[in-house]
Design a protein around this ligand. Structure first.
Ligand SMILES: Cc1cc2nc3c(=O)[nH]c(=O)nc-3n(C[C@H](O)[C@H](O)[C@H](O)COP(=O)(O)O)c2cc1C
Length: 176
């Protein structure tokens, strides 16, 4: 076991017989808010994806770094991993839309995760571009899994998104 579980919290039995993981990356807190809302409904385990090298606190600097990471296909090292990732049936993956796709730490997480046979449920927060091309990019990294229709919530609306979140969960069949 390598430095695992340090950001995995609130281990609980998953609903039904499925094991559910709610994994997310968040730079300024919006995606964390949605991850918490989903976790409240579906239970399972909550895991924060954290890059070893911290992002700048300045917005423009972070955009600059994100663009560079995208151009170079960088896969930053993560602080911790999920123990027994293979045992999960459903993986929710949450992220802010960065440059119209997933942030590099999310690409690191997905490329290390063997998603064979899993259901992947993407959710993002954004500043206007909704999911961008993130779901297509996730599908490329998770070719042996079923990638569901993603949820997009505008960053400024995350605190009032409970209805939208529940509706998406019902529609995708992940929660009743
Ligand atoms: C580096 C960076 C790149 C971004 N790129 C986009 C983008 O291409 N399209 C968009 O709609 N929003 C973009 N945003 C806005 C974020 O997606 C939005 O504010 C999100 O809710 C932030 O989530 P967080 O608080 O979980 O980090 C970007 C923000 C950052 C910091």
């Amino acid at each position: 076991m390598k430095n695992m579980l340090t950001s995995e919290v609130q281990a609980q039995p998953a609903s039904g017989t499925r094991r559910i993981l709610v994994a997310y990356f968040s730079w300024s807190g919006n995606t964390r808010e949605i991850a918490n809302q989903i976790h409240k409904i579906v239970s399972g385990n909550l895991f924060e994806i954290v890059s070893v090298d911290k992002y700048p606190s300045d917005y423009d600097e972070t955009v600059k770094q994100a663009r560079k990471e995208l151009e170079t296909g960088c896969r930053p090292q993560l602080v911790s991993e999920v123990e027994d990732i293979e045992s999960y049936d459903v993986v929710f993956i949450g992220y802010p839309n960065w440059c119209e796709t997933i942030p590099a730490p999310v690409a690191s997480f997905l490329s290390k995760c063997d998603s064979t046979g899993k259901t992947i449920a993407p959710f993002c927060t954004h500043g206007g571009d909704r999911l961008g091309r993130s779901v297509e990019d996730i599908a490329k990294l998770c070719q042996r899994s079923t990638v569901l229709e993603g949820l997009a919530v505008r960053g400024s609306e995350v605190r009032n998104a409970q209805g939208k979140v529940s509706e998406w969960l019902r529609k995708t069949g992940v929660a009743e």
